[in-house]
Design a protein around this ligand. Structure first.
Ligand code: NAP
Length: 281
């Protein structure tokens, strides 16, 4: 399977399919990521708050894949939005991953009700890491339209991506459209709705046309809509299944039928970024 590369607004490229490690236990992360690399994944999405960057780093160190064939993303902890904290936390991410440069580093959540609502200073701090060559690209996650407009208006620097919750039950159109309006690619997280797509009859029916599972049909839907995805699995068979989505395509009617499963806010699984204010201890 050849994974398409997409070009970000800063000119760098990113594999459209990757592997996410949210909720992969730290002690199992190296083994899990090693399996994913063996299957062919070359893009890994982790975060400081997942507490498993070291495991990702161990798997990378143990593999013989050239560094320039890998794409590694991490994200700033909600605890470290103050600029000096963000600088220290970024140093720690590079240490834990065992890398001297990361491909993509994101503000994990905007936290508009914390830090005096000043996610702009946090964003400016992340841009320093591109300036000093330690991040190829920087971006944001969970940014609502107003958050995105604000960082762009106040700094003139456009995030490379906006990583937001998107799946058939929550298509998150407002944040997705705002991202596209600013030429920001969307990374669709929880792409198979944390497994909830599996019992959806419409997806099973469409999959029947191609011999594909609801998870594969859903991942293909994301790919055809131009978003970046990184499903999580700790099971090698399911990792392989999620990888095998480039040997079929959906009709425009099928894409539209999947999009019509959208339930709006009722379909959202994660917290609402406008009010989310959790900080790890
Ligand atoms: N920026 C953010 O705030 C944020 C928030 C959430 C997620 N993310 C990122 O997005 C990634 C993916 O999202 P996610 O982990 O929330 O959810 P997801 O990828 O939509 O779903 C993962 C769940 O589905 C199961 N699964 C995976 N493939 C399957 C298949 N083919 N058939 C049946 N079940 C399957 C997994 O179980 P098994 O492991 O048992 O297979 C797991 O329970 C995360 O790992 C993380 O990198 C980012």
């Amino acid at each position: 399977m050849t994974i398409p590369n997409l070009t970000l607004n800063d000119g760098t490229t990113i594999p459209q399919l990757g592997f996410g490690v949210f909720q992969v236990p730290p002690a199992e992360t190296a083994e899990t990521v090693t399996k994913a690399l063996e299957i062919g994944y070359r893009h890994i999405d982790t975060a400081q708050m997942y507490q498993n960057e070291k495991g990702v780093g161990e798997a990378i160190a143990a593999s013989d894949i050239p560094r320039d064939e890998l794409f590694v993303t991490s994200k700033l902890s909600n605890r470290y939005h103050e600029p000096d904290d963000a600088r220290r936390a970024f140093d720690q991410t590079l240490t834990d991953l065992g890398l001297d440069r990361i491909d993509l580093f994101l503000i994990h959540w905007p936290l508009p009700t914390l830090y005096g609502g000043d996610f702009v200073s946090t964003w400016k701090t992340l841009t320093e890491f591109v300036g000093d060559g330690r991040a190829r690209s920087v971006g944001v996650s969970n940014f609502q339209p107003a958050h995105l407009t604000r960082v762009i208006d106040e700094t003139g620097v456009i995030p490379a991506v906006n990583q937001i919750e998107v799946h058939p039950f929550f298509t998150n159109e407002a944040a997705r459209t705002a991202s596209h309006d600013h030429n920001v690619l969307v990374e669709a997280y929880s792409p198979i709705a944390q497994g909830k797509v599996l019992s959806e009859k419409e997806l099973t029916a469409i999959g029947g046309n191609y011999g594909k599972s609801p998870a594969q049909v859903t991942l293909r839907w994301h790919i055809e809509r131009g978003d970046i995805v990184f499903p999580k699995s700790t099971n090698a068979d399911r990792m392989r299944e999620n990888f095998e989505i480039f040997d079929f395509s959906l009709t425009p009617d099928e894409v539209a039928a999947i999009s019509s499963l959208n339930q709006g806010e009722a379909g959202r699984l994660g917290p609402n970024p406008d009010v989310f204010a959790w900080v790890p201890r």
